[in-house]
Design a protein around this ligand. Structure first.
Ligand code: CS2
Ligand code: MG
Length: 408
């Protein structure tokens, strides 16, 4: 069996999804997602210029050898662009494998360990009452877990994942007005004075059963993060995410020494070598990698297995930048992984998105039910894809009030 061709599409409804389609001489095709948010053209170019010409003629069933060939063959290892491109190929090869076997990918991994998987939604508010309304709406829809992000009184601009004003909605990650980033201003003192009490109010209002998550988005220094994690202990968070930037892994030890609040990190990691020490030293509770830029199912599975040895559960990244293809790949791992924790979930299911990526996957009552269709269980409509083109966009950058550049 041979790979005969592969194509890359960039575009989608409100997002630059990077979709890979691998064709074979047996008529079976596989789909992968290489979307690297706000840098989408780069994995697309790597695929088109180097990986696809090498892929043609290979046996698609040999997904392990193909992964090793590209990873080791690159010589310059790791990095999100390369790992996203390898990840898309890998997902597509598992999709093909499942279609050949007439089995959903979760069965190839070892079968279902649960009937459905817990997900969390993103609640956000310009201020605390606005956030409370947003949380209440998700609870009404059946969600059992909600990430809560709130505007901070006196903060010069809206901060990560909160609207500028009450009731406004929109894409808080990507600004599509061009590739020059807009600037957010951050003030740690105001955040630290406000947020612990806001989280306590949320717990009081919604009671003990709601799973509450909060994303600091890399903004604190290690000592500040340790103090914050300790201050919010009585709230009983499900997790505190990215309290400090991922590069300084010793910072996680300081947080651990001071607080029992569960820590989630890893959405910017792309290799097992970014997190093996954190996992082995049991400095985190949830690993946040994504199959997209952590090298596909083949590599993500290795991280999940290592995590399982150390009581670290999965909490895969699921920002709206992931297409339904990589989300499906994650849902198959979630159905199988013995150490599954939770899945970040944003409703992609607009009519436009469903038309582009038809599938039988479904969310019901805050739980995700993975489709039993062979492979990943998502299709890609090329006629629909022709409606979209790449639109340049960017993440904001963050500065302190005196102009110092900070962490987005
Ligand atoms: C995030 C992301 O979902 C999350 O937890 O931190 O929204 C992140 O900001 C984006 O994926 C960046 O592209
Ligand atoms: Mg995050």
């Amino acid at each position: 069996m041979k790979i005969t061709d592969a194509k890359v599409f960039v575009g989608g409804p409100g997002k630059n999804y990077v979709t890979l389609k691998i064709m074979t001489d047996q008529g079976v095709y596989g789909l992968g997602d290489a979307t690297l948010n706000n840098r989408e053209t780069l994995p697309a170019a790597y695929l088109r210029d180097y990986l696809i010409p090498n892929l043609i003629g290979m046996d698609p069933r040999r997904s392990e050898d193909i992964w090793q060939f590209f990873y080791r063959g690159a010589y310059f290892r790791r990095g999100p662009i390369a790992m996203a491109a390898f990840g898309a190929i890998d997902m597509a090869l598992w999709d093909i494998k499942g279609k050949l076997a007439n089995m959903p990918v979760y069965d190839l991994l070892g079968g279902k360990s649960r009937e459905a998987a817990l997900v969390y939604a993103h609640a956000t508010g310009a201020d605390l009452p606005d956030l409370m309304d947003s949380i209440a709406r998700y609870i009404e829809q059946g969600y059992k877990a909600v990430r809560v992000q709130c505007g901070i009184p006196g903060m010069p601009t809206a901060s990560y994942a909160v609207p500028d004003e009450t009731g406004s909605t929109g894409d808080y990650i990507t600004d599509f007005s061009g590739i020059r980033p807009k600037v957010e201003i951050w003030d740690t003192d105001r955040y630290l004075r406000f947020m612990p009490a806001a989280l306590a109010d949320i717990r009081d209002r919604f009671g003990p059963d709601l799973k509450i998550l909060h994303d600091v988005h890399h903004r604190l220094l290690p000592r500040e993060a340790a103090a914050f994690a300790k201050a919010v202990e009585p709230v009983g968070l499900y997790w505190l995410e990215d309290p400090t930037p991922g590069e300084d892994q010793e910072a996680l030890r300081l947080i651990r020494q001071h607080a029992t609040t569960p820590i989630a990190i890893g959405e910017v990691f792309n290799s097992i070598f970014d997190c093996n020490r954190l996992i082995e030293n049991e400095l985190i509770d949830f690993i946040r990698i994504a199959v997209t830029y952590a090298g596909g199912i083949t590599h993500a599975r290795r991280i999940v297995d290592l995590a399982g040895l150390h009581h670290v559960r999965t909490g895969f990244h699921g920002a709206p930048s992931h297409s339904p293809i990589s989300m499906a790949a994650q849902h198959h791992i979630n159905a199988w992984a013995p150490n599954f924790g939770i899945q970040e979930y944003l409703v992609l299911g607009t009519p436009e998105c469903d038309a582009l990526f038809p599938s039988e996957h479904r969310l019901e009552d805050g739980l995700f039910h993975v489709s039993d269709a062979p492979g990943l269980g998502v299709d890609f409509d090329e006629a629909e894809a022709a409606r979209y083109a790449y639109q340049p966009g960017s993440h904001p950058v963050v500065r302190l009030e005196d102009g110092t550049l900070w962490n987005y």
